[in-house]
Design a protein around this ligand. Sequence first.
Ligand code: 7TS
Length: 417
Amino acid sequence: MPSESFGGALDVVGLRSDFPALQQEHHPGVPLVYLDNAATTQKPNVVIEAMSDYYRRYNANVHRGIHKLSEEATAAYENARVVLKRFINAASKREIIFTRGTTEGINLVAQTWGRTSLNAGDVVLLTEMEHHSNIVPWQMLAAERRLRLRYTPLRTDGALDMDAFRRLLQEEPVKLVGFMFVSNVLGTVNPAQEMIRLAHEAGAVVVVDAAQAVPHQSIDVQALDCDFLVFSGHKMLGPTGSGVLYGKRALLEAMPPWMGGGDMISRVGFERSEWNELPYKFEAGTPSIAEAIGLGAAVEYLNRVTMAAIHHYEQEIIAYALERLSEVPGLHLVTPEHTPHGAVATFTLQGIHAHDVAQVLDAHGIAIRAGHHCAMPLHERLGLNATARASFYFYNTLEEVDRLVAGIYAAKQTFSV
Ligand code: 7TS
């Protein structure tokens, strides 16, 4: 059992009261246990209110109207950018591009930096654990520009094979290294700083998929020295349709825009146009204004809780969850227990399909995800069709871990295994 100091400085019960969705009963008399946080997190009142306040009080387009509402909307939108800049310690707010999420951020890098910097025969080095969003955009570009995709393999313990990574970087020139900071399936935390250093030594540009990292630990893009880093607002208490592409200013300055339209230009003629300065060059059209404001409010909330306390608490809860799960007969943990991992517990249950496990758990009020979690190549490599995944956030409790385990025993009973 965890020590009495479990939770440390975090008042989890108090924090939970900030989340309306966590107050509900899943079925009459059965409180919801929400363990699908790697897919998306619940939203605190401050986020919902910040968005509703924008719509109720100062709804207007940004960067254009010379009227009070538009000025207020622009100020709130740009303030969110500053909040995000500080959150990941970017050198300038011009390096913060608002996107709809991680997927859009990676596609933007592929379609702008990639299309101008990668040529036939160039190597893009990814890893075998990537989410589809860090594979498919590169496959699409590879087909168009005849690039070669290579993948750093996993070790049997679920960690990335760093020897192979070094070898792949040395075997032949690599133009781009793309990798996830934290795996959404394994939970594995990759040695990002070391990988970035090695990639730079080999002359590669690095894009980090930090979708599962930024919500759970403090991130400093300058200390990491990554060239690009992307994440989604909805996995860190913010709204769907919000996210950030961070890029080093010199790279962003040199990149052509992706989408054309309003706001991203400084001058438009019938024949040609000139681009706006950063970050607007990459934010064509009316942006997701309420979403950016909501994401700013989410980050301010996270700052109040502190990322250090969140990380510490999550490490305790995941250790407890893995310990309890590993005691269940017939349960195979896909999340490696002995490599650094985030707040994700992925497993299979002997004799029961992951979807059936999820269905029985749902009947007990417990929301998890089952399937391939948008990482089909990883599942193929692991020799698994589907896995069940419980993913935690700082508002989850030990009691919820216990209910998860009880639900798994119920599933075993239902299927008599
Ligand atoms: N990268 C990682 C590591 C992810 O976990 C996800 C979403 C994405 C990229 C894509 O993010 P999006 O916001 O652009 O969709 N992962 C999951 C998941 O594990 N379950 O549902 C979504």
